[in-house]
Write a protein that binds this ligand. Structure first.
Ligand SMILES: CC1=C(/C=C/C(C)=C/C=C/C(C)=C/C=O)C(C)(C)CCC1
Ligand SMILES: [Fe+2]
Length: 340
């Protein structure tokens, strides 16, 4: 991977510490039995529309060319815009036609995408060379993506169902019934047992194959720490913090490393200058996204009226842009040999 050591060294503490600090703090708060007021629980997800969250995808139009080591020209930008129009547009129509299926797809796509984001960090920033084979890397994606997408279903099924209802309810409230099976205790038990087996097998194989145990220990500590986090912290708060300070921050670090100007700033130990470049690149499409979100609020059958309903609609919007975003990130994975 053609990223210089100096740039990675500047980046590493900035990438890992905020996510760790926030997860440890929220686990501690949960363990002492405190619960944050609902407004505060929604705050990180609301803030993600402006800070880190939405912006992390708003440079996709530049990211593919940069990952290929080329300056993004008009053609490259136009191709990504077309990808968003076609793939995102089709999926948006899908939400109107079959909102329950669209929700299930959202969960599966996020599972893959948040898993692939962590796989990149392990390989590129944490030197996880014990991940030697494709099955191990697939296992790692299943494990890492399952932390935010499956653990809350096991620990907080009522919350999970309520969020599903709020998303699906913008289109057809009764359609959520089609998902009832996923919340049954026997289904959740089976999912939990199967997932636990994949976690144990993936970590055990990594342990055996690790020459240097340091990166493996980091992987295991993050995995088990996030199991505790998603099992104890109420899901809307947990996902909001994870989306911004974990997934998005890590992806932004990846974007800085493929932007020559930002990488040079990182080599000079000027992370603020690197971040300023990112903010400038991300601003136009973040603003455009918020305008599209406002448009979506007008055309859905049941426009949002409360904060949770607005958050539900925001998540539908995120779902729609995440599908093309995953295509972009998967091409980056390919260019950067993340899977092999
Ligand atoms: C809020 C929330 C949920 C779903 C959140 C999702 C699916 C977010 C996806 C965000 C993406 C894909 C961002 C882009 O990278 C759950 C799990 C239903 C549980 C209850 C709280
Ligand atoms: Fe992402």
């Amino acid at each position: 991977m053609a990223t210089t050591r100096a740039a990675r060294r500047t980046l590493r503490p900035l990438v890992f510490s905020p996510g760790w600090a926030a997860t440890v703090a929220l686990v501690a708060i949960a363990l002492v039995g405190l619960s944050l007021p609902p407004t505060l629980q929604y705050a990180p997800l609301v803030a993600s529309a402006l800070v880190l969250g939405l912006p992390h995808g708003a440079v996709d139009h530049l990211a593919v060319a940069r990952a290929r080591g080329r300056p993004p020209d008009r053609g490259a930008v136009a191709r990504v815009v077309a990808l968003y129009g076609v793939v995102g547009g089709a999926y948006a129509v899908g939400w109107f036609l079959g909102p329950a299926a669209a929700f299930a797809l959202f969960i599966l796509v996020t599972w893959f995408h948040w898993g692939q984001g962590d796989l990149y960090v392990l390989v590129a920033l944490a030197d996880a060379d014990y991940l030697r084979s494709l099955p191990q890397r697939v296992g790692t994606v299943v494990v890492r993506g399952g932390l935010p997408m499956l653990v809350p279903l096991l620990a907080f099924p009522a919350w999970y169902r309520r969020v599903a209802e709020t998303l699906v309810g913008r289109f057809a409230p009764e359609a959520v019934g089609a998902l009832a099976w996923a919340f049954r205790p026997d289904v959740r038990l089976a999912l939990g047992v199967g997932y636990g087996a994949v976690v144990a097998a993936t970590l055990a194989l990594g342990y055996v194959r690790a020459d240097d145990r340091g990166p493996w220990r980091l992987d295991a500590a993050e995995t088990l720490g996030l199991v505790a986090y998603f099992a104890l912290v109420p899901p809307v708060l947990a996902i909001g913090v994870y989306f911004t300070l974990w997934h998005s921050l890590r992806h932004i670090a990846r974007l800085l490393l493929v932007d020559d100007g930002a990488a040079a700033a990182l080599r000079d130990r000027e992370p603020t200058a690197a971040l300023a470049r990112f903010a400038r690149d991300a601003f136009p499409l973040t603003a455009a996204s918020l305008a599209l979100l406002a448009g979506l609020a007008v055309v859905v059958p049941n426009p949002p009226a409360t904060v949770p309903e607005w958050v539900g609609l925001y998540l539908v919007f995120i779902a729609v842009v995440t599908l093309p975003h995953v295509v972009v990130v998967t091409i980056m994975d390919w260019e950067q040999s993340v899977w092999a």
